[in-house]
Design a protein. Structure first.
Length: 46
């Protein structure tokens, strides 16, 4: 499953709370935050 589907299911409590899932959720949230920051910075470059 892709990270977006995983995140949705994880947030709904459908996958449990194994350490691997917690790490995946944290990594995906970090990715989302970094991506938003890059998008914001690209506005200034363009």
């Amino acid at each position: 499953m892709d990270s977006e589907d995983f995140s949705d299911k994880f947030q709904k409590g459908q996958l449990g709370d194994s350490i691997d899932f917690i790490e995946w959720a944290n990594t995906y949230q970090h990715h989302i935050a970094l991506r938003a920051e890059v998008q914001k910075l690209l506005v200034y470059v363009a």
